[in-house]
Write a protein of this length. Structure first.
Length: 372
């Protein structure tokens, strides 16, 4: 598999997130509830996404990446901070304004079955955005448009009247994608869209998303825990740990020379295709992930970091450039030698050939995309 195709972008930001915070209160009592703490799911993150770009967000379970996705589409209300999309402050938008927002921003969910109404036909599910926004009021025109969308995502338009349970997982995810692109949004937030699918089906759905991005000029925020998938989907990657972004960099730079020890640990866990593929040092993360309700002081990773020193428990590091295009929050970032020692040999070889890129697809083990 080749590297991600460079983003076709005019250089301007579509999304600007500043100091975004989402805390879930912990309460005690039934009648008179008293807040005794908070789960700090997302804790002061800042990032931008350019038009036409694909930004990946990765991290362990519980790092806050899915909460971030829901904040971006306002399925959750932020505790504080701003989310600006197309110049509009989404975080401060009222309910009446959210309807207009959802014409520009849509989401593809992790579990395709739970995100589809089992009592509705596929045709009515995909047509729902048109009904909500008062578009295509003529039923014949609406049906024609829905069948065009079904064909576009690799579904048989003749299956218009089938129910979700009559489709495979891969097909159900295609239904979710068709619904998400129905209003031709500018931003698509994909929250682990392939984690519940078989490997061969994953490739088909990923290729579908990339094809739609090229055709429609979509900006894509791609959330996943599989770093090998993110490597081949994204232009830039943000790494989250306990509600914080600890590193953000262009994909080639992050996978070729990670600076934060946590990023290095994640990359060292990527499976190696061949035991003889080269020597590397597997960096195992020790201990459990601390509770987001009581995160460590200063650097949140210092309790599990092999490079931790006294400063790490006293002063919180800020995101800053570390002599490369990587922006990392670390007092003692990885040296080039330390980073290379942790990279899978196959990944290092791929990084050496990512300068020459063209249109690409992810390797697919199945020849029929419409049947899965």
């Amino acid at each position: 598999m080749d590297g991600a195709q460079p983003a076709i972008t005019d250089g301007s930001n579509l999304v600007e997130v500043r100091n975004l915070v989402k805390h879930f209160p912990i309460t005690r009592g039934i009648v008179f509830q008293k807040q005794i703490g908070a789960v700090r799911a997302v804790d002061d993150i800042t990032f931008d996404v350019k038009r036409g770009e694909t930004l990946g967000i990765v991290g362990e379970t519980g790092c806050g990446k899915s909460t971030t996705a829901r904040l971006l589409v306002r399925l959750l209300d932020p505790t504080s901070g701003t989310i600006t999309i197309e110049g509009q402050d989404v975080a401060a938008a009222k309910k009446d304004d959210l309807k207009a927002l959802h014409r520009e921003v849509q989401m593809v969910f992790q579990d395709p079955y739970s995100s589809l109404n089992p009592r509705k036909t596929v045709g009515s599910i995909i047509a729902e955005p048109f009904v909500i926004h008062g578009l295509l009021k003529d039923s014949g025109e609406r049906r024609k448009r829905v069948q065009e969308l079904m064909d576009r995502v690799g579904l048989n338009p003749e299956h218009f009247n089938r129910f979700p349970h009559e489709f495979s997982r891969g097909q159900r995810q295609r239904i979710g994608v068709a619904r998400a692109i129905a209003l031709e949004p500018k931003l698509l937030v994909a929250d682990e869209p392939v984690s519940a699918l078989d490997v061969s089906i994953q490739a088909q759905v990923l290729n579908l998303l990339r094809g739609l991005q090229r055709e429609m000029g979509l900006t894509l925020i791609f959330i996943a825990h599989d770093l090998s998938v993110v490597r081949h989907m994204c232009d830039r990657v943000a790494v989250m740990y306990l509600g914080k972004i600890v590193e953000i960099a262009p994909s080639d730079d992050l996978y070729g020379f990670p600076r934060h020890p946590y990023t290095g640990a994640l990359l060292s866990a990527v499976p190696v295709p061949s035991p003889s593929g080269g020597r590397r040092e597997r960096q195992l993360l020790t201990g459990d992930v601390p509770s987001p309700a009581n995160p460590p002081q200063a650097c949140r990773f210092h309790t599990r970091c092999f490079k931790a020193q006294e400063l790490c428990s006293q002063e919180e590091p800020v995101l800053e450039h570390k002599g490369t295009r990587n922006v990392a929050a670390c007092h003692f970032p990885l040296s080039e030698a330390e980073a290379k020692l942790r990279l899978p040999a196959a990944l290092s070889a791929a990084n050496g050939s990512t300068n020459e890129r063209g249109p690409r697809t992810i390797a697919d083990q199945s020849s029929s995309s419409s049947s899965t």
